[in-house]
Design a binder for this molecule. Structure first.
Ligand code: GAL
Length: 422
């Protein structure tokens, strides 16, 4: 969890912008909530390395240098984190780490950093790398291992190759997170597209590593953000809920000097953060029903007639495990309000014959008891995030019925069907 300068500032930030963000994060309880890494994304270096090959912090924007800024950040409970590129140049055109991996790790460490986001622009041509994308990430992974062997300090390694070569398959061999998509944007179609993409890679996330759904856009509304955002309050809640429950890194990406109280409420939702940071369960929630058609879960390989091959329509019904109960996410991907409901037994985590206490992770209170099903009316692009806990056997009036009616039978073999309660 942390902050990244890119979605809020793109290339235009300096030491005092950075410090103010950290001060606000500290004052508004976000540091306490767990946002402690501060990634100085692209555009913070001088254009050239120095005579001995070291990267140099931009002297105009960081006039007192990185170690001094790092100390000020540490005093607020925040640690600076590095951004670089595995190639010759960063995406913004500043020095990349190709051939300088260990040297750059030394520099970042001397700047108080132990976390690295590594981009994939300007990589060398094939006869030089003789590698695929996986292979072009190995020099830095090896340098991190060598640096750790020398110093006992292991950098957290965040891969950023935009999901081009299935990093969800191999990323965990090299680092702790891997971007699964192109740069997220502060509008709903982009958020929905990332959720759709993540709905096919949820299985890759566990304690060893995480699908990185990209820097949060929460706060980037009413023209705030770079590019200017237009997320509604409901969309921002849905966005944060999905990122938290799919166990993406939670990295703030907005200028906190400009945002409203709503933004702090969303970013500081401790109920969702505690699921994201669950010490016992590392897995993501998974879809149990797509929502827009009869398929339980969509498959992009099916013809559109079976699956609305529309990235703006991610799965709407999700469930997962946690230390605190069964997690349910219901997402209204429609452009208007709708009543949404599911039968408990649709999720592999909820048992037939039991009823469940329902806790709402946005209302922060228990909202009822679910018997057989649960319904909620959600606004356009709205979300419901629930924790369900076993509340005993179903009421006696349901005895002799079946939630899963297919081949449920009485002891004498007579099928219990149809059944009004499934
Ligand atoms: C992109 C990356 C962004 C940001 C940007 C900086 O490649 O996906 O997250 O780091 O480069 O130029």
């Amino acid at each position: 969890m942390g902050y990244d300068t890119f979605n809020g500032f793109a290339g235009d930030y300096n030491a005092s912008d950075v410090l103010i963000q950290a001060q606000i994060m500290s004052e508004r309880g976000l540091v306490d909530a767990g946002y402690t890494q501060f990634i100085l994304d692209d555009f913070n270096l001088e254009a050239q390395r120095n005579a001995t090959g070291y990267i140099v912090a931009n002297q105009t924007r960081f006039p007192n240098g990185m170690p001094a800024l790092s100390k000020q950040m540490n005093a607020l409970g925040v640690q600076l984190a590095a951004y670089s590129d595995l190639g010759y140049k960063t995406c913004g055109g500043f020095p990349g780490s190709w051939g300088h991996e260990l040297q750059d790790l030394e520099t970042w460490y001397s700047w108080g950093m132990t976390y690295l986001k590594l981009d994939h622009c300007y990589f060398p041509q094939d006869n030089i790398t003789q590698e695929n994308i996986y292979g072009t990430y190995t020099p830095m992974a090896n340098a991190i291992a060598e640096f750790a062997a020398r110093t006992n300090v292991t950098f957290i390694f965040s891969l950023c190759e935009w999901g081009l070569e299935q990093p969800w398959v191999w990323g965990k061999q090299l680092g702790q997170s891997w971007r699964i998509d192109n740069d997220v944007k502060p509008w709903w179609s982009s958020i929905a597209t990332v959720i759709t993409q993540a709905s096919y890679q949820y299985w890759a996330t566990d304690f060893y590593g995480h699908n990185d759904m990209d820097i949060l856009e929460v706060g980037n509304t009413n023209g705030i953000g770079n590019p200017p955002g237009n997320l509604t309050y409901e969309e921002s809640k849905s966005h944060f809920t999905a990122w938290a429950l799919l166990k993406s890194p939670l990295i703030i990406g907005t200028d906190l000097t400009k945002v409203s109280n709503e933004t702090f409420t969303i970013l500081g939702n401790r109920d969702l953060i505690k699921i994201n940071q669950d010490p016992n369960v590392g897995t993501s929630i998974t879809p149990f029903r797509w929502g827009n058609n009869s398929f339980k879960v969509g498959n992009p390989n099916y013809p559109a007639v079976y699956w609305p091959n529309n990235p703006a329509s991610p799965a709407q019904y999700w469930s997962g495990n946690s230390s605190y109960g069964v997690v349910i996410m219901i997402l209204n991907t429609a452009n208007q309000a709708q009543n949404m409901s599911f039968a408990l037994a649709e999720s592999w985590l909820l048992k037939a014959g039991r009823q469940y206490e329902v806790y709402d992770m946005w209302a922060h209170r228990t909202v009822g008891t679910a018997v057989r099903s649960w319904s909620v009316t959600l606004p356009a692009h709205g979300v419901s995030a629930l924790l369900l806990n076993d509340a005993g056997a179903e009421p006696a009036w349901l005895n002799g019925t079946c939630a899963n009616q297919y081949f449920c039978s009485a002891p004498n073999g007579s099928l219990i069907y149809p059944n009004a309660f499934s």
